[in-house]
Write a new protein. Structure first.
Lengths: 160, 160
């Protein structure tokens, strides 16, 4: 008996498609909030949803860039001054384009290679990417609770 | 120029490890609820957390079985009569063992093959599996809000 090759179940391109599908859903969740509640509404002393969205922005393009290059930099945009839904969505759409542009430049070996993401978190490139995606799904699910508590129907989870 | 092979970023074994890591975290979230709040507490007219956990159970082993065999069956256990945290955790642990047992039997081609999951949802095996994982992350994030609203510190998201 010789060991078989590990089964390939997710390719680089399909993972990008998966992430961008989730990001389109997150964008719809941002849009679903009324402007006057978006930056203020919370449940259980948690952060308002835009603070979670800023966390996604701090992870998305910087993670792709870090896995691609081995250089870990902070998010380059101005998140502190964001006060409106339109500003948040503009930053979101910019990150969408940047993610699409960086992704094909990730060298294949960097997905498996272990690195210290942002100088702090030791993990393989793929696990750092999956952490970013999962973190977005996790906190977006919390945004769903905010919308329900506001009696607003969230966008369907299965639509990407 | 010839097209290159798509980059492999996730293997079958690493995806199982990823899922079981998330399932260990979900188990800790179930444990974190006080027994007297677990089956009753909600926010915004949503389901109590055990109803979400039952949904995860209905997806986990049946999805693995369906992708492995092409036969889509309902969850075999008795979910209706579950009234205690201990019963829920026992079903959870049974599903953990079943998922581990079924996973290595999934033929490689079934991950990419499109099938009609549970006779209803047309998708590739991998996308049906990722839907199950993502659905668990999404609703578990809602359980985190319940815990916060109960003034209980949830388990760290990064511990798997």
């Amino acid at each position: 008996m010789t060991p078989t090759q590990p089964h390939t179940v997710v390719s680089s391109q399909s993972l990008l498609d998966h992430w961008q599908g989730h990001r389109r859903l997150t964008r719809r969740v941002i849009e679903a909030f009324p402007e006057d509640q978006l930056f203020s509404f919370t449940v259980g002393s948690m952060r308002p949803f835009p603070e979670m969205v800023k966390e996604f922005l701090k992870m998305t393009e910087p993670i792709a860039h870090g896995v691609a290059t081995g250089k870990w930099k902070e998010f380059g945009g101005d998140l502190e001054s964001v006060r409106t839904k339109a500003e948040l969505l503009r930053l979101w759409d910019e990150a969408t384009e940047k993610l699409n542009a960086i992704w094909p430049t990730i060298p294949e070996h960097r997905f498996a290679q272990v690195d210290k993401a942002f100088g702090q978190w030791v993990n393989s490139g793929i696990n750092t990417i999956l952490y970013g995606i999962d973190n977005e799904i996790h906190h977006r699910g919390q945004g769903y609770v905010y919308l329900r508590a506001l009696k607003i129907e969230p966008p369907p989870f299965w639509e990407r």
